[in-house]
Design a protein around this ligand. Structure first.
Ligand SMILES: Cc1cc2nc3c(=O)[nH]c(=O)nc-3n(C[C@H](O)[C@H](O)[C@H](O)COP(=O)(O)OP(=O)(O)OC[C@H]3O[C@@H](n4cnc5c(N)ncnc54)[C@H](O)[C@@H]3O)c2cc1C
Length: 311
């Protein structure tokens, strides 16, 4: 019997998809943490037909898959990922659908970098996304995790999403049908979001750009933006700040292997060089343990931990 790896290579070597296909691709090259073992197959479908063919093949062959945005909110374990990773890198279009004196409605493909959308809004005087400035990753990842900061959240501007199901059929889902919460949504991992319609309020360009610049300044002061991280490791417990609790148990600057609790913001863990997922998980456990011991508070990860351990 052929092993799973060569079966997958054989299936994906047939040219039924337009776009890139790479085997045993290190996920450390596709995550902001620069951590993660190889994906059995890493794909960048070039168009909708290719994406549809890919979904049908994955379903028929019962191959698991993971939809990747910018890889800025995930920790991939050192053993890598079974099955396929689908990147939305080729889906990056922003289009104005309609506008009146007060509002504009945009269609945005979900591989669009969130900061491209924030800049587009700033340049055109469209208000609603100002607080999301400086959040890395894609529009798709921002929708699934309901990304937010400074009182702004992705859900507040979302009108609907276009989703492709496992049969390759495309349907629209209104935002009010999705259950959004703090850094979460009810969108399941089987649902692939193709694009989103968002509604923004027209304003003076200067007003939008002043807010964007102010929020960006604050973000630079509060977060270690230039270092390799995945953003906040833990969700804030109700009415508390995870970063403050971690600081108060003395974990700022704590290090396991090459992973360090940031000295700027204790809820950011930094890859200082050659960190492994195993180091990262040890640090998560140690910090969570200390916070539980001292405050009785259970910290819940905000980052998504995926993939398998090294055998
Ligand atoms: C320096 C730094 C600062 C950050 N600051 C913030 C902040 O202020 N606020 C905040 O909320 N977050 C912040 N983050 C975390 C992160 O950037 C956001 O959560 C971001 O929205 C994740 O987007 P992504 O495209 O990288 O998603 P990924 O990490 O690639 O994926 C996250 C999830 O979304 C799913 N997904 C992605 N695209 C699709 C799609 N098209 N269809 C279906 N599922 C999809 C993935 O399967 C996965 O489950 C920060 C991260 C860093 C590194």
């Amino acid at each position: 019997m052929k092993n799973e790896n060569s079966r997958i290579q054989e299936i994906f070597s047939k040219s039924i998809f337009r776009g890139e296909v790479r085997f045993m691709e290190p996920m450390s090259d596709h995550t902001s943490l620069r951590i993660g073992g190889p994906a059995e197959v890493f794909t960048v479908p070039q168009d909708l037909i290719s994406l549809k063919n890919m979904r049908l093949t994955l379903k028929r062959e019962q191959i698991p898959f993971f939809t990747l945005g910018g890889g800025t909110n995930i920790l991939v374990r050192d053993g890598g990922m079974e099955g396929a990773v689908i990147s939305f890198n080729s889906f990056r279009k922003i289009e104005v659908l309609s506008e009146d004196d007060e509002y504009v409605q945009l269609s945005v493909e979900t591989g669009t970098p969130l900061q491209r959308l924030v800049n587009f809004s700033k340049e055109n005087g469209y208000s609603g996304l100002e607080g999301l400035v400086g959040i890395p990753g894609t529009v798709g990842g921002a929708i699934v995790g309901n990304a937010g900061a400074f009182g702004y959240e992705m859900k507040d501007v979302l009108v609907l999403v276009e989703i492709m199901n496992a049969e390759g059929e495309i349907g629209k889902c209104k935002a009010e049908k999705i259950d959004f919460g703090y850094r979460r949504s009810s969108i399941s991992s089987a649902e692939v979001i193709l694009s989103a319609e968002i509604r923004l309020k027209k304003d003076k360009k200067k007003n939008v750009s002043t807010k964007v610049e102010d929020f960006l300044q604050k973000k630079w002061k509060q977060q270690p933006i230039s270092e390799s991280s995945a953003g906040c490791v833990f969700k804030n417990p109700p009415e508390l700040y995870a970063g403050m609790l971690i600081d108060e148990v003395g974990c700022k600057g704590m290090r396991i292997g090459d992973v360090e609790v940031s000295t700027i913001h204790a809820n950011f863990f930094i890859n200082k060089g050659r960190a492994t997922a195993s180091d990262f998980l040890h640090l998560i456990n140690e910090v969570a343990h200390r916070v539980k011991e001292k405050f009785g508070v259970v910290l819940e990860p905000e980052i998504k931990i995926i993939g398998k351990d090294v055998n």
